[in-house]
Design a protein around this ligand. Structure first.
Ligand code: MTE
Ligand code: MO
Length: 352
């Protein structure tokens, strides 16, 4: 049986939320001297109530036809395994969904997120590879499906190569503390560079199989449905290069010269440059990169704005070290569920 029977038996008071909880990081409220999003400000995206799981009765089951020695790890065992530390961002696939409607005038289904479905944390965890190897991977193993202990048994299959990648983790620590319940206590998967949906929280099992299991999160949700995408709709994997302005929406600013700050990030590596347009995306000028610039985490940028009374927009766009950039709005593909919005966004400013 799955260790998750424990959760099913909990009374409803055990949930710290009774409705699916989704909140954006307020990029305008982040400390500017660090790339790390404080845990209390880190966006949350839950499909159901938050389970509150007791660490002392929790276990992680590793089994399936793809492993020779199925095993079960306790929380104490997980904590004593060799661990790695990684500063990585998570971003919801639906981050920026509001802009399909607001900028492309083609609404998409789902919550109208702007840019705050993004956060950077310092994670500590055990390499998923280390756990899989200790269960004895069989030669024909090809898929690893992490399964969550939340009500709907949230699951997202990972191809073996991605599961074995060096920084794919079973994370137990976020910004120096155990994961809070909303972020997956006692343990979650972290799949850097992939959409947040791949980073399964409240991890209860890892099932290793030869074929790709068919789960809702790969066939119905987190798939790209639209005229520009093949059928059947492909599941989402890698995220997109993004940039955002760290100001309220809209921002009210005084006239005069002043620094405007923002963030940019890439699922492939480091950001190489950020440019800013003041004419809605026709002409761009370089912005300065400031502070840490970390691969698969992000960088902060700054731009000196000469603000004149009236309405203005600031539109950033970023390019990473491999030349991956943001598509023009005209090249942004639309999809029904509003995933992977990547075009530059004109951020509205009222100068008074
Ligand atoms: N894992 C489980 N078990 N249940 C969920 O609802 N939501 C996913 C993913 N992992 C989810 C989950 C989605 S869509 C995202 S974007 C990230 O978790 C959000 O992680 P966070 O809430 O820690 O920011
Ligand atoms: Mo998400």
């Amino acid at each position: 049986p799955t260790s998750g029977t424990l959760v099913k038996a909990l009374p409803t008071e055990a949930f710290i939320r009774h409705e699916p909880y989704s909140v954006e990081t307020r990029l305008d409220s982040l400390p500017t001297d660090s790339l790390i999003t404080p845990t209390a400000s880190f966006y949350v995206r839950n499909h159901g109530p938050t389970p509150l799981i007791a660490a002392d009765t929790w276990s992680l089951r590793v089994d399936g036809e793809g492993v020779a020695r199925p095993l079960s790890l306790s929380y104490a065992q997980l904590l004593t395994m060799p661990s790695v530390r990684a500063i990585r961002y998570l971003e919801c696939a639906g981050n920026g969904r509001a802009y399909f409607d607001e900028l492309m005038h083609r609404p998409a289904e789902g919550s109208p997120w702007r840019d705050g479905g993004y956060g950077v944390a310092e994670w500590v965890g055990v390499r998923l590879a280390e756990i899989l190897h200790s269960a004895g991977l069989r030669p024909h193993a090809a898929w690893v499906t992490p399964i969550g202990l939340d009500d709907e048994r949230y699951a997202r299959p990972l191809p073996l190569a991605k599961a074995l990648a060096g920084d794919t983790l079973v994370a137990h620590t976020m910004n120096g503390a155990p994961l809070p319940p909303d972020h997956g206590f006692p343990a979650r998967v972290l799949v850097p560079g992939w959409v947040g949906a791949a980073s399964v929280k409240w991890l209860g099992a890892l099932e290793v199989t030869v074929r790709q299991p068919s789960v809702k999160m790969n066939t119905e949700e987190y798939v790209l449905i639209g005229p520009d995408y093949p059928k059947p709709p492909p599941p989402l994997t890698t995220g997109v290069v993004k940039s955002a302005v760290c100001l309220p929406w809209p921002a009210v600013l005084p006239p005069g010269r002043q620094p405007i700050s923002g963030l940019a990030w890439s699922p492939f590596g480091r950001i190489a440059r950020v440019e800013v347009s003041l004419d809605g995306g026709h002409n761009y000028r370089p912005a300065r990169l400031v502070g840490d610039n970390l691969p698969l985490a992000g960088v902060r940028w700054q731009f000196d704005l000469d603000a004149v009374p009236g309405d203005m927009t600031v539109t950033p766009r970023a390019v990473d070290e491999y030349g991956n950039g943001q598509p023009d709005l005209a090249a942004q593909k639309w999809n029904e569920k509003g995933y992977l919005f990547a075009a530059p966004v004109p951020h509205p400013l009222h100068i008074v």
